[in-house]
Design a protein around this ligand. Structure first.
Ligand code: SIN
Length: 279
């Protein structure tokens, strides 16, 4: 655990999740120990917020590489020659990312971390992003419900998340390459060993071994359960703000409460196949 670092200052955003990282210039060259400290802070606080980090795409990529291997995303566009950067450009309203989710859980090994920077944001506010802690969401469940969830695997299906948001041909092509798969409903975090709820409202589509009706009921309950404000943090973006989150330990939600072009750049860091939490 790391509550302070001699490289930067950490200010907790809430008791549960999120920390502002002060006195750091991510565009400068830093020793490996600084990135070790950032990774420790990420494990502890699950999402880290930075302001005033104006940097080129090259520096942004360098930052990403300090957190691991960067993955290419299935369907977001990228800047010319930089496939590891996803351009997430929206105009508000229903954007598709305005649902609580963990990134790419339709993959066998969902990303370990995501790094997002604000390139253009609504001038009058709006377009905040929220995160929630999936360990707190698990811990708040009663023991009998925890016990049930510890025994089942959730189905994750790319089609569920993309249908209605992307061209049907793009959905079909991607879905063929990413058939539905299952992950344990409660996973063991590979770094902290803690249990995390691993069901989300974009990609989850029921449970292996439960009937459709049982699965729908349980999922509906879990989608509501995670919305408790006590599990959450909300970040208001400025241009050149950056957020880095532990993708396995969190879900996030991008608010669509604006009418303006909002442009974000994202990188995702490779992860491992999630393991079931066995207590
Ligand atoms: C995402 O869902 O990864 C994007 C979040 C955002 O645009 O705030």
């Amino acid at each position: 655990m790391l509550t302070q670092s001699h490289h930067f200052r950490i200010e907790k955003a809430t008791p549960t999740i999120g920390a502002y990282i002060h006195d750091i210039d991510l565009t400068a060259d830093h020793p490996a120990s600084l990135y070790q400290d950032l990774k420790k802070a990420l494990s502890e606080h699950k999402v880290l917020f930075f302001r005033n980090q104006n940097m080129s795409d090259e520096k942004f990529l360098e930052l990403g590489h300090n957190f691991g291997n960067l993955e290419i995303h299935e369907f977001f566009p990228c800047p010319e020659g930089k496939p590891e950067i996803q351009i997430i450009s929206t105009n508000g309203g229903r954007t598709g990312t305005d649902r609580w989710h963990t990134d790419v859980t339709f993959r066998p090994n969902p990303s370990a971390a995501s790094i997002l920077r604000a390139c253009d944001i609504p001038p009058d506010g709006g377009g905040d992003t929220m995160w929630l802690c999936t360990n707190s969401a698990f811990e708040a469940l009663s023991p009998p419900i925890q016990e049930l969830l510890l025994k089942v695997r959730g189905i994750h299906d790319m089609r569920l998340g993309m249908s209605g948001y992307l061209d049907p041909d793009v959905v079909e092509k991607n879905a063929r390459e990413n058939p539905p798969r299952t992950h344990p409903a409660i996973i063991r975090h590979p770094l902290t060993d803690k249990p995390h709820l691993f069901i989300n409202s974009i990609w989850s589509g029921g449970f292996e071994g439960l009937t459709r009706e049982e699965g729908e009921m349980l999922q509906r309950f879990l989608f509501e359960h995670v919305k408790r404000p006590e599990f959450q943090v909300r970040f208001r973006w400025d241009i050149d703000s950056i957020a880095i989150w532990d993708n396995i330990a969190t879900q996030h939600y991008a608010l669509g409460d604006y009418q303006y072009k909002r442009i974000m750049n994202r990188m995702i860091v490779d992860g491992v196949v999630p393991e079931a939490y066995a207590n």
